[in-house]
Ligand binder design. Structure first.
Ligand code: DGT
Ligand code: CA
Ligand code: CA
Length: 373
């Protein structure tokens, strides 16, 4: 039995699909006239005229160093003489396109797991009969279908596990297809920098460099015990160590209805400036709103999560009698909760902010019930 299971796991064929420069590509298909110029999609904070951050850019703009997360003002400076187009993010439009693409992916796979607005894992083990050459044909077919139906390019990684499929989809962007078979996994991973592994951000990368771990090969040979100590978590150390050795049995999990949605973010500097904190919170709210829409859910409870400069955690919640869903309500509730927090904690500097909605209620059920009566 265990031999059978081992064989099954090593024979998986998993794809990770990520749409190229997603928001900016959506803008290109809406207005092809801007296609050959730098495009910057902006998340305006509405504090002052040009305040806010860059959500994403097309590859032309990236050549000038303009990328997600930098300020709009900085992007304007970098692109001063390059006839760039700056556009506000139109989330409703991107979500519609995302839904159509996700439907294509879902209908062409054994199992489908959406992980963000523009990426998903699909399990093709059965459809490809565990054959990578056939699996490659399947993903090329999916890629063409997305292009024919939505005019968008994506990049796809195909591998025996999720972590390698994810690294592979990013390997040859844009419009790249990277296939890593069982016997190629270690050669593929070994020379890559550790930051390519999902979950390795700046902080973890620094911990690794301090241990003289630079490549994934270094990580695969590192001492698990000292890794656990430095990371402060045995579970995390084992995960990274396994991934670097091409061991990852995590299945593609069909999306299920969640009990809650939450996001948290570290601020650029510790602050008490309400506008600065709200700018970040409103971005998280867009994600929450997307998750709610996507799952046809409304919420009754909302919580603001604050981690202060001493890493102390606070949570402030509100519960409504009626289910809510509108982004304006989410923004307003957040703003109220934050004002209350700053008033009561009048000396606390905020390091991280988060938002959670819970007490989720299916919208579909309500509308169909209304129709019924
Ligand atoms: P890629 O995949 O490198 O070709 O480029 P994108 O733009 O598709 O990047 P990705 O996959 O990380 O993110 C998907 C979308 O999510 C992106 O088009 C816009 C949004 N997004 C990503 N990073 C940020 C960010 O820092 N701020 C905001 N507001 N949105 C972001
Ligand atoms: Ca993308
Ligand atoms: Ca993505």
């Amino acid at each position: 039995m265990s031999n059978f299971l081992m064989k099954k796991i090593s024979d998986r064929v998993i794809a990770h699909v990520d749409i190229d420069y997603f928001y900016a590509q959506c803008e290109e298909i809406r207005n092809p006239a801007i296609k050959n110029k730098p495009i910057v999609v902006c998340q305006y904070s509405n504090r002052t005229k040009d305040s806010g951050a860059v959500a994403t850019t097309n590859y032309l703009a990236r050549k000038y160093g303009v990328k997600s997360g930098i300020s709009i003002i900085m992007a304007q400076n970098l692109l001063k003489n390059h006839d760039a187009t700056f556009l506000p993010a139109d989330h409703d439009y991107y979500e519609k396109i995302s839904d159509s693409i996700m439907n294509i992916l879902k209908s062409h796979s054994d199992k489908f797991e959406q992980v963000s607005i523009d990426e998903a894992f699909i399990d093709l083990t059965k459809k490809s009969k565990s054959n990578f050459d056939f699996g490659k044909k399947l993903i090329l077919n999916i890629k063409s279908k997305i292009f024919d139906e939505q005019n968008l390019t994506c990049s796809i990684g195909l591998a025996p596990n999720k972590s390698i499929a994810k690294i592979a989809s990013d390997f040859n962007k844009p419009a790249g297809v990277t296939v890593i078979k069982n016997n190629e996994m270690l050669n593929f991973l070994n020379p890559l920098p550790v930051r390519k592994i999902y979950g390795v951000g700046k902080k973890t990368e620094k911990i690794f460099t301090d241990l003289n771990i630079n490549t994934i090969a270094d990580l695969s040979k590192s001492n698990l015990e000292s890794l656990s100590k430095k990371l402060g978590s045995k579970k995390l150390a084992v995960y990274f160590h396994n991934v670097s050795n091409a061991i990852d049995d995590e299945p593609v999990i069909e999306n299920q209805t969640k009990e809650q949605f939450s996001y948290i973010k570290t601020l650029k500097t510790n602050t008490r400036d309400i506008k600065e904190i709200l700018t970040e919170l409103y971005q998280l709210n867009h994600k929450i709103h997307y998750d709610l829409n996507k799952n046809q859910l409304s919420f009754k409870s909302i919580s603001l999560i604050i981690i202060d400069e001493n890493l102390r955690a606070y949570s402030k919640s509100k519960t409504s009698d009626h289910p809510l869903q509108n982004i304006k309500y989410i923004d307003n509730l957040c703003s109220d909760l934050l004002s209350e927090f700053l008033k009561t904690e009048n000396k606390t500097y905020v390091r991280r902010v988060g938002i959670k909605v819970s007490n989720l209620i299916k919208i579909q059920g309500q509308t169909s019930l209304k129709k019924f009566f």
